[in-house]
Write a protein that binds this ligand. Sequence first.
Ligand SMILES: *[C@@H]1O[C@H](CO)[C@@H](O)[C@H](O)[C@H]1NC(C)=O
Ligand SMILES: *[C@@H]1O[C@H](CO)[C@@H](O)[C@H](O)[C@H]1NC(C)=O
Ligand SMILES: *[C@@H]1O[C@H](CO)[C@@H](O)[C@H](O)[C@H]1NC(C)=O
Ligand SMILES: *[C@@H]1O[C@H](CO)[C@@H](O)[C@H](O)[C@H]1NC(C)=O
Ligand SMILES: *[C@@H]1O[C@H](CO)[C@@H](O)[C@H](O)[C@H]1NC(C)=O
Ligand SMILES: *[C@@H]1O[C@H](CO)[C@@H](O)[C@H](O)[C@H]1NC(C)=O
Ligand SMILES: *[C@@H]1O[C@H](CO)[C@@H](O)[C@H](O)[C@H]1NC(C)=O
Ligand SMILES: *[C@@H]1O[C@H](CO)[C@@H](O)[C@H](O)[C@H]1NC(C)=O
Ligand SMILES: *[C@@H]1O[C@H](CO)[C@@H](O)[C@H](O)[C@H]1NC(C)=O
Ligand SMILES: *[C@@H]1O[C@H](CO)[C@@H](O)[C@H](O)[C@H]1NC(C)=O
Ligand SMILES: CC(=O)N[C@H]1CO[C@H](CO)[C@@H](O)[C@@H]1O
Length: 538
Amino acid sequence: MVSLRSMAAGAGSVAISLLFSTVSATFQQDCAQLPKELKIPNATVWFSEFVAAGTNLSLPDNNATCMQPSQVVGADICRVALYVATSNRSGISLEAWLPRNWTGRFLSTGNGGIAGCIQYADLAYTSGLGFATVGANNGHNGTGGGAFLNNPDVVTDFGWRSVHTGTVVGKQISQAFYNKTHTKSFYLGCSTGGRQGFKSAQAFPGDFDGIVAGSPALRFSYLTSWSGIFYPLIRDAGPTGFPPPSAWPAIDASILAQCDLIDGAADGIIEDPDLCLFRPEALICPKGASNTSTCLTGKQANSIRKLFSDLYGVNGEFIYPHMQIAPGILEAVYAIYGKAQFPYTTDWFKYAVFDNQSFNTNDISPQAWEVAWDKNPGMTNTWQGDLSAFQGKGGKILTYHGQADPIISSTISPLYYDFVSSTMNLPSSSLDEFYRFFRISGMGHCGTGPGATFIGNVGAAVASLDPDENVLMAMVRWVEKGVAPDTITGTKFMNDTASLGVAFKRAHCRYPYRNVYVGPSGGDGWKNPSNWNCTTLN
Ligand SMILES: *[C@@H]1O[C@H](CO)[C@@H](O)[C@H](O)[C@H]1NC(C)=O
Ligand SMILES: *[C@@H]1O[C@H](CO)[C@@H](O)[C@H](O)[C@H]1NC(C)=O
Ligand SMILES: *[C@@H]1O[C@H](CO)[C@@H](O)[C@H](O)[C@H]1NC(C)=O
Ligand SMILES: *[C@@H]1O[C@H](CO)[C@@H](O)[C@H](O)[C@H]1NC(C)=O
Ligand SMILES: *[C@@H]1O[C@H](CO)[C@@H](O)[C@H](O)[C@H]1NC(C)=O
Ligand SMILES: *[C@@H]1O[C@H](CO)[C@@H](O)[C@H](O)[C@H]1NC(C)=O
Ligand SMILES: *[C@@H]1O[C@H](CO)[C@@H](O)[C@H](O)[C@H]1NC(C)=O
Ligand SMILES: *[C@@H]1O[C@H](CO)[C@@H](O)[C@H](O)[C@H]1NC(C)=O
Ligand SMILES: *[C@@H]1O[C@H](CO)[C@@H](O)[C@H](O)[C@H]1NC(C)=O
Ligand SMILES: *[C@@H]1O[C@H](CO)[C@@H](O)[C@H](O)[C@H]1NC(C)=O
Ligand SMILES: CC(=O)N[C@H]1CO[C@H](CO)[C@@H](O)[C@@H]1O
């Protein structure tokens, strides 16, 4: 066979370069023409423009609170931006990034928090991999929830309609541009994006063949209720009741002393936090201690217990499971909730639940938690245990959750998995035919942390495109080849910098398996993934 290089050296070079420039010119022309081809009800196309791979795209119209003034584009794309009305008082901003080198796959991205921010980094990541990708603004602009006030249609967009509309319209755009129907349809999101993925499986089982839904904001109104307890807890405890920063290293050391070896490895990472029955009373200052900056009062130990307890409401109703135990969590809790009420909690209760800007969110009562749950604004509760319609259509869902997540405790994910298991009457051997859940040890909220957290869930955390090491490519293989992932191998780079080399890898197990170290004791055998075993034994 003649290589391109040797052909280019001979007479074929003119023909080859002509062919490429024709294809390229056609792609650019098709992109410019696209608005004329689109016949989408209720849509106004703003522009359709060719963007070359490597372009550092400037995003001057993006709301400043989204903190994303630019995005580097990974492949030659046709970038389409439009507005789609979803009611007479609401609508979404939508972008489709259509790569020249299209794999035939369609993908929708999600959002984060209560934000109305198109996640351009996800568009760049997935269009760079050849997906025809869409992302929407979730029905409003910016990270705040003010647009929800007295407009339940905007809340409905947030709850489900933005992703669903973007997906329906996005498939039409892809069809019109390539003159071909996509082969398979995918979804990628984390946090609120994870909830949107599960919402899709629950309510629109035909939208996606494969859903990757990370760290999901399930039970949304109860999640925001739970997020709202930490600020008053820390405030009311005061400096003598909540452990001061000087005590945090000792608390972390005590968590590790009590729990690090449960999984067999002294690596500073807890594989299964629910096996850790951390006892903060171990840190209470001995009588007559001369230096109390690294030990606790009984009151402080009690604050820690509250922080790690399940939350119950009026009449003892279960609201939300406890914050998972992990070194570093106390510090993160203090940083996130210590100085003021959590902004998503504030905005959700003021604007979506009570339509009352004066509502005092510093002390939200258990009665108010229930009002929020019963109102279920925008159908955001996202807590249905029956996924049989999704299963029936052959859909697959992959979820993962960092085991050191201070924003959405990872304890919610096994709870939902088990809820689906009991609702559908399926043991995990059957449930795992279409729904798999991976616990990512040492990972914070949707990424970062001391663990092997590069799993390809976002473009900034890609160590490999190998489906064994990349949740998105694992889903592609599962949908297209029927090979389901047993483990997801994550990577930790030296100082989180790829060019410095790999620090270690770990094959993360799927729930209810848990990861146990079975290698040589001592040393750094824990850095080798083959020294670990996914087991169901305790
Ligand atoms: C892209 O451009 C912005 C300024 O518009 C700049 O701040 C940013 O560093 C650039 N990104 C890259 C990767 O060059
Ligand atoms: C949202 O921002 C886009 C620009 O990114 C703007 O065109 C649109 O009008 C804004 N929508 C709302 C509801 O403010
Ligand atoms: C908007 O649509 C609703 C029905 O969804 C209708 O009740 C209302 O009158 C409409 N408002 C306007 C201003 O057209
Ligand atoms: C196009 O995508 C295929 C895989 O789908 C890849 O092998 C090829 O290198 C890509 N070509 C370009 C020009 O990006
Ligand atoms: C930008 O976002 C903030 C926070 O959500 C919001 O208050 C503001 O109205 C937005 N600006 C525009 C122009 O949409
Ligand atoms: C799709 O069809 C239109 C005419 O309907 C044509 O202009 C365009 O080049 C076609 N695009 C592709 C990618 O084949
Ligand atoms: C108390 O212990 C901490 C941590 O070991 C140390 O930084 C601090 O200087 C000590 N304070 C006194 C008064 O010895
Ligand atoms: C709004 O909240 C404030 C503060 O809790 C309360 O006094 C007021 O009655 C509420 N308004 C309405 C209309 O419920
Ligand atoms: C990683 O960072 C630490 C301090 O932050 C430094 O001491 C160490 O040399 C760095 N390692 C490498 C391989 O650069
Ligand atoms: C791994 O765990 C399985 C049970 O899940 C067990 O049968 C097997 O012996 C274990 N392997 C090692 C090396 O411990
Ligand atoms: C929300 C909205 O504007 N919906 C309109 C979309 O377009 C159809 C007709 O194409 C109208 O019937 C809807 O009212």
